[in-house]
Design a protein around this ligand. Structure first.
Ligand code: NDP
Length: 479
């Protein structure tokens, strides 16, 4: 039997890779992990965590306004980006340290460098050394992609937003998915003038239509200048002399002159839209999707099958076409969410190191989009469900107590999609502040197969927004 350096070599130190490495080590396996960037990966370093902290930061402006209606004597306030981002970076350093400690404490050997597959049992590290392993787990995640067009490099991607030296005064966000909509709301809340272009008829494609409509309306009411059915035709530097002089080191650049992006040329960008409007934005953000990190990994040479979108093709046990190589998380482009990558990592360890073959359950995954208002969703949309079977739809939209008192027109939505035959709740969709928290709990009931009558038997918690989920008596539609 071959003598390997390790039982498991994990490539990628994000949520999925770190969890798999730690849990595998706890079974007594000899485990190593390579990461060429920062431990914690997209979620901790340039995704969910810093994004959610930015969501919190951006919500204060509304809260200050509400506070005045509740009798508090508070002013408008002003937001200090350098102060916030300094604090944010300190917090991310702390979290990265926690990840390193967890790995160290589990006995995982960490290589802070890039690794490539050399053959089914060998990885080559950037320093030229090779390590052999009985199993290799690829958990390299994904990265944001810009559309292919002239001057696209002038636009930011989501990774760049956490490193801006200051906030732009105006930004054009291109895209209508999770990242585009979340950052449109965040930056709007922080006082940036936000324009959003989405090429389709309604943002958040694939989610429940009624929910999408409400979120879109509310985003516009709150100040996002959303253009549906619109894309970028052409973009280029606006040629602002002051900005150019500052970049060329001429004159005395003030903080205002520092380009928003230190990665690209920065400076104002002229954009022509398919709506015929041509104007200048201080920054452009491309939130036009993400691609799996499979480039130059040695995959094809080792015989690992890669799909059309660059994703590693795996079976239900996360095994690739090479039996000793597995892959989990965004690099497989299944359901690209942190908790799913973690589940896939745990199922891999259960299968390979505990001898208990465990497929990953990708059914009925609750998730949240941190727009303002927030969106929590689990199960089928009304549109999907009615294609499958006869359904009843229970839905209500109302002004919640907290903001109605403050004189605002904010609305929330609670919706259940119910099977006529089985009475099971097939989908639950919530647009409301804290909808992410609510859907986590509703998700348990839906996952357990709760019926509408189970929801009805549950006594309302009063006064809350979520009580509507158990008090909707009459369907608004049948289909
Ligand atoms: P998405 O795939 O969700 O959205 C990409 C958006 O860009 C779509 O609106 C798409 O339009 C549009 N688009 C794609 N190509 C172009 C183009 N060439 N020109 C103009 N528009 C274009 O990607 P995201 O980057 O927003 O998010 C990636 C993934 O990250 C998500 O799928 C999700 O799994 C995860 N994520 C989860 C979060 C959460 O759980 N809260 C938060 C952030 C990310 P169209 O609809 O027409 O294809």
């Amino acid at each position: 039997m071959a003598d390997f350096d390790y039982d498991l070599f994990v490539i990628g130190g994000g949520s999925g890779g770190v969890r798999a490495a730690r849990v595998a080590a706890s079974t007594g396996a000899r485990v190593a992990l390579a990461e060429d960037s920062r431990l914690g990966g997209t979620c901790v370093i340039r995704g969910c965590v810093p994004k959610k902290l930015m969501v919190f930061a951006s919500e204060f402006r509304d809260s200050f306004a509400d506070a005045r209606s509740y009798g508090w004597d508070v002013g408008e306030g002003s937001f200090d980006w350098p102060r916030f981002s300094g604090h944010l970076n300190t917090e991310l350093d702390r979290l990265e340290g926690v990840y390193r400690k967890l790995l160290d404490g589990s006995g995982v050997t960490i290589f802070d460098q890039r690794a490539r597959i050399a053959d089914p049992h060998t990885v080559t590290l950037a320093d030229g050394s090779s390590k052999s392993a009985k199993h290799i787990l690829i958990a390299t995640g994904g990265r944001p992609v810009r559309p292919e067009m002239t001057n696209a490099h002038l636009g930011l991607v989501s990774d760049d937003l956490f490193h801006m030296p200051r906030l732009p005064k105006s930004i054009l966000i291109v895209g209508g998915g999770y990242i585009a909509c979340e950052f449109a709301c965040i930056l709007n809340g922080l006082g940036v003038e936000v324009t959003q272009f989405y090429r389709g008829a309604q943002i958040l494609r694939g989610f429940d239509e009624e929910a999408r409509g409400l979120i879109s309306d509310m985003m516009q009411e709150k100040g996002v200048n959303l253009h549906l059915g619109t894309n970028v035709v052409d973009m280029g530097p606006a040629g602002d002399d002051k900005m150019k002089a500052a970049r060329d080191g001429m004159g005395e650049p003030s903080n205002e002159d520092v380009p928003v992006s230190n990665m690209v040329q920065g400076g104002p960008i002229r954009v022509k839209g398919t709506n015929g409007i041509e104007r200048t934005y201080e920054a452009v953000l491309f939130a036009t999707g993400r691609a799996p990190n499979t480039t130059d990994m040695g995959l094809e040479e080792a015989g690992v099958k890669v799909g059309r979108r660059g994703q590693i093709v795996v079976d239900a046990y996360s095994q690739t076409s090479v039996p000793s190589i597995y892959a989990i998380g965004d690099v497989t482009n299944r359901v690209n969410l942190t908790p799913v990558a973690i589940r896939e990592g745990m199922a891999f360890v259960e299968t390979v190191f505990r001898g208990n073959p465990t497929p990953v359950d990708h059914d009925l995954i609750p998730s949240a989009v941190f727009t303002q208002p927030e969106f929590g969703t689990v199960g089928q949309t009304e549109e999907e469900a009615r294609e499958q079977e006869p359904i009843e739809v229970y839905s209500t939209s109302f002004r919640p107590m907290r903001t109605a008192f403050a004189g605002k027109s904010d609305r929330v939505m609670m919706k259940l999609v119910v099977s006529k035959a089985t009475r099971k709740v097939l989908g639950c969709h919530i647009v409301a502040p804290q909808a992410g928290e609510m859907i986590q709990l509703a998700g348990i009931a839906v996952k357990m197969g709760a019926t509408k009558e189970d929801f009805d038997r549950t006594v309302a918690v009063h006064p809350t927004m979520a009580e509507e989920l158990v008090t909707m008596k009459t369907p608004v539609r049948s289909a």
